[in-house]
Design a protein around this ligand. Structure first.
Ligand SMILES: [Zn+2]
Ligand SMILES: [Zn+2]
Length: 256
């Protein structure tokens, strides 16, 4: 079954021993590639190095996660993210707002997010957005971004229907992770709310392994379980949905 993992963190130490095997298992599962997320400038460098080993199969992004927003310096980090876009990064991010953990003061989270949205606007790249318990501010910033012509994805989405609808109305996409396979996940209407052409799937590796591998280190190949669950809930054949997800991911990130 074809799919592309639109969001994985493969640059970290957790994959140091078996990155090549992880990519091989992704291919064996039908995966047509993976977008390796640079959630910091250091992670982006690692993601870029991995992408260089597998052109046309691994792509990379660069940004600063909301958890690290307190350390975001628009005068140095901003130019570094811009430079990454010139060097072949396919998206800005992940960036966004996380008021659940509040690892950085909220005004600094908004400042770092706004700066990265401006980079997406200026470079014409899409933006990968993390949002948790920050619905109102995310909605306002996504709506403003949509008006400015910025395209984005709400990744690992588990929020309200209202925020999803606002993002879709702004022209954005929504990505679901292995969370939707968990027994306690019951918002099936959310999984049906996203139109066919705005739907992405992701592993968010190494986190959030889908059932039946819940609790283990996650890896991109296991997106297949999430695709099966989405297909079941949406009432389509997994292979048909998978083909659509490949097309959506290629189009969203303009993958080559
Ligand atoms: Zn995230
Ligand atoms: Zn992530």
């Amino acid at each position: 079954m074809p799919f592309i993992d639109s969001h994985a963190h493969l640059a970290g130490d957790g994959f140091a021993a078996d990155r090549t095997d992880v990519l091989a298992r992704l291919r064996a599962a039908g995966g047509e590639g993976v977008v390796c997320i640079g959630e910091s400038l250091a992670a982006a460098a690692g993601a870029r190095a991995l992408a260089d080993t597998a052109p046309g199969f691994v792509w990379w992004t660069a940004g600063v996660h909301p958890h690290d927003a307190a350390g975001y310096d628009p005068t140095t980090d901003g130019p570094a993210v811009r430079a990454a876009m010139a060097d072949g990064a396919v998206a800005v991010g992940e960036c966004g707002l996380d008021y659940h953990y509040d690892h950085a003061p909220r005004p600094l989270q908004r400042r770092a997010f706004a700066d990265q949205l401006a980079i997406a606007r200026d470079t014409g790249r899409p933006v990968v957005v993390h949002t948790r318990d920050a619905e109102e501010d995310t909605r306002a910033m996504v709506e403003e971004a949509g008006v400015a012509g910025i395209r984005g994805v709400l990744h690992c989405y588990t929020g309200s229907h209202g925020l999803a609808e606002a993002a879709l109305a702004a022209g954005w996409s929504v990505s679901f992770s292995g969370i939707v396979t968990f027994k306690k996940w019951d918002d099936l209407a959310l999984l049906r709310l996203v139109p066919d052409d705005r739907l992405l799937v992701e592993s968010d590796s190494p986190f959030l392994a889908p059932v039946p591998n819940r609790g283990k280190r996650n890896e991109p190949a296991w997106c297949a379980y999430t695709v099966h669950r989405l297909a079941e809930v949406r009432g389509v054949a997994p292979a048909v949905l998978g083909r659509q997800l490949v097309a959506n991911t290629r189009s969203f990130f303009r993958l080559s």
